[in-house]
Write a protein that binds this ligand. Sequence first.
Ligand code: AMP
Length: 321
Amino acid sequence: MCLQGIRGLRVAHWPGRGIVRRMETTVFDKILSGELPCYRVYEDEYVLAFLDINPLAEGHTLVIPKERASYLHELSDGAASALGKALPRITRAVMHATGCTAYNVLQNNGAVAHQAVFYVHFHIIPRRGDDGLGVQWNAGTLTDAAAKKTQSLMQKALAQASVAGKIDREHLHAERVASGSHIRVVDSPEVIVQLTQAFGPRGDNLVGLSDIAFDGAPALTLRVVADGQDGLVHLSPFHGDARKITDLQLEEGAKCQLLCPVSGDPLPRAQISDEHASADYYEVYLTRKLSRGESVILSDIWGHHHSRVLDNFEVLSTFEA
Ligand code: AMP
């Protein structure tokens, strides 16, 4: 969509995947810092709203987050939710002040999309029937094949994004990208390691054993015996994501026996030592070869999130929380 009459197109590079970060100081940075004046209409801890200096209509208002970002997709959830909360409120004020009953909320990202100030902002533009602003909307047709393809790509991207927020980056060290049928490692923008299969000592696949999934990804299921309890523990298959689902009620620090939930065999001991005196380490294998070179190494202490993923005999990622 484009609102005609805003201004001429500026020719600049708007990248596809490799987003160029535009970190130069903009007029909105200067308005926020007080270096430039503005007609301020609303301010809270996270958001500032002021009148557009070249309004397309009386009451044309700009709303910006205080968190610095050039484009909408760069905003944190916190800044985005503060903006989402403030926008309807400010819109009501624009309506009240101008008497308008129709308006556009416009948000441009990238020069191709008519962005001139590279600091994320929302326009609230009151509309009247005779305002001379036109909306050029060259509608196409959505085919079933194109829709399904886009839908699937977007759903995957969204699932990945929600997982990214659950990974404890402070305690995860994963830098290398690798791939294989046993593992999915994506870099988006930080490395996400997902186990897609994992085998017990007799070759039973422990990923997808139950219906339990984390953000659409099947869990890794183990049997745990500790403190007189015996039950299944479903672990998130994303390394660094500490979520688990279980009926067990164990205290942090409980020493656990880790077993294959299918064969009942104990998991094999891993040949590593660690500073955590009471921890012993056990492994599940990532391929049917049951090789130590492709494995996940887990601590047997409840709540001691020490684990490693090995790929091709090298440590791919380490989680030490
Ligand atoms: P955009 O094309 O979405 O980047 O729009 C940027 C908007 O910022 C334009 O509508 C400008 O009129 C407005 N603008 C630029 N400088 C200022 C300023 N100092 N105070 C208020 N609005 C401004």
